[in-house]
Design a protein around this ligand. Structure first.
Ligand SMILES: O=P(O)(O)OC[C@H]1O[C@](O)(CO)[C@@H](O)[C@@H]1O
Length: 255
């Protein structure tokens, strides 16, 4: 598992707290940092903990900038299932980030290719991402980089796999409403972050976690490509770690 630092925790709550601590530490160290943010069910607890730290411990994001990993194609920012709406609800409206420094790709852009290029450039102009949080799909995807995504991929329009559409149908009224495409940062965009923190909770992620950490580096398991980065922390709870080998577990740190 190369340089990847593995932290084993008991469950979702501990995972969320440990992740929030890592983020808070970076925000305190560099208040004008660039955050890389994710959606999905996994980071909700981490965002809740950051909101608590903002409210009760004075953690401030007032100088921070953020870039989200992805957005569905065809949904405007106000759509209830857009990732812009998700971020407003789960984080932005409850902390002191400047709205104009929160960036999410526009899934409703007229010219999506131009939007992808603009997004890449905006990340570069901001000085790159200081710390990026990631979840992992059951098929090993990161962001919306589905199996087959190349290590050199940049922000682009991607086709969602049936398994991802099905997994995300829980957020929509029906599976037919789930967009089939998204704008997603690429693997190279993600690998450009200075620090990466990947969170995995629950048994459904166990095989993907194993493939990411113990398998070969391959585009078939996009998360395995993180092995080529030199500052990745993977925080895994007990059910998500259940398929890891004794050797991997032995190398891990417990919190
Ligand atoms: O955190 P969840 O909801 O399990 O999703 C895992 C991954 O799948 C996505 O939701 C995309 O399908 C990612 O944003 C996320 O990292």
């Amino acid at each position: 598992m190369s340089n990847v630092k593995l932290l084993l925790v008991e469950g979702y709550q501990e995972m969320s707290k440990v992740a929030a601590q890592l983020f808070a530490q970076e925000v305190k160290r560099k208040p004008d940092l660039v955050l890389g943010l994710a959606t999905g069910g996994t980071p909700v607890g981490m965002y809740e903990e950051l909101i608590r730290m903002h409210r009760t411990e004075g953690l401030s994001f007032s100088q921070a900038t953020s870039f989200n990993l992805d957005e569905y194609v065809g949904l405007d920012a106000q759509h209830p299932q857009s990732y812009r709406t998700y971020m407003q609800e789960h984080l932005f409206a409850q902390i002191d980030m400047a709205a104009e420094r929160t960036n999410i790709p526009r899934g409703d852009a007229q010219d999506l290719e131009q939007e992808c290029a603009r997004y890449e450039q905006a990340i570069a102009e901001a000085g790159g991402i200081d710390i990026q949080v990631l979840g992992i799909g059951t098929n090993g995807h990161i962001g919306f980089n589905e199996p087959g995504s190349s290590a050199s991929s940049k922000t682009r329009v991607v086709q969602l796999t049936p398994s991802t559409i099905e997994a995300n149908a829980r957020f929509f009224e029906s599976v037919e409403e789930v967009p089939t495409q998204a704008v997603s940062m690429g693997i190279a965009t993600i690998l450009g972050a200075k620090k990466i923190v990947l969170l995995a909770s629950g048994e459904a992620k166990a095989q993907a976690v194993r493939d990411m950490l113990e398998g070969e580096m391959t585009p078939d398991v996009p998360a395995s490509l993180l092995q080529m980065h030199d500052d990745v922390t993977v925080i895994v709870d007990a059910p998500a770690a259940s398929l890891l080998s004794a050797v991997t577990i032995g190398r891990a740190k417990t919190e």
